[in-house]
Design a protein. Sequence first.
Length: 287
Amino acid sequence: MRIFVAGGAGYIGSCCTEYLLEHGHQVTVYDALLNGHRQAVDPRADFILGDLADLSSLEDAIKRSRPDGVIHFAAFIEVGESMLDPLKYFRNNVSNAINLCQAAVSAGVRKLVFSSTAAVYGMPKVIPITETAETVPINPYGEAKLMFEKVLGWQHQLSGLQYTALRYFNAAGASEKFGEDHHPETHLIPLVLQAAEGRRKKISIYGDDYDTPDGTCIRDYVHVLDLAQAHLLALESDFCGSLNLGSGTGYSVKQVIDTVRTVTGKDFPVETAPRRPGDPPRLIADA
């Protein structure tokens, strides 16, 4: 297949691009490099420097690459930042995503796979979470992702566009070539590994008074290469709708910290900080 990957220079996008290429597909990466890195794009892929906000350039890029399918990774991803600057998230994660959908439909693309999030569930009433659970986001990040899922649903009804929205839980891990490289880094596992390496003075736990066994937030971690495989399967499938991507097992912040200490044999300071707005206590997939 010819596959157009929006946001292919980021963490998950770069790993997915590598996976697609390894499985014999032609890939065009379209990225503004706002958070991604040019060196993270596999050299076997075609690369176009471009912004989803520029509809004309985007339409031209998609028409020239003639993709069989589109994968959409390009989004801002920080829950805390979305609580401070919601318009930034709605502008990029909804308005610019609509540009991508419009350009894909105009070019005759029949399948779009969307990188969504478990944040669409907000404060779930039942754990583990199924795809039929109520979607009531508690932060602009999750709200923006859910809004674009609804856009895709309407586009499917009215034009026949096939789509799959993959609701990630917490991505983790790396491929042999690519991994996380955020600036600043905000994800727990790389932060704790940096502390174990001595590259970070301390680790902050944002709230230890949640209604969980040890008081810290619990998350479901899924390997990035499993996510990559899921995107390809979604492109190849006739399924249309939303799917959870998780492991079905949750680990608390303290459990992750203790595991890194055990595996590395390194100790490091840990402090308790105030809760972050928009953080639910538990997110675990029914997988």
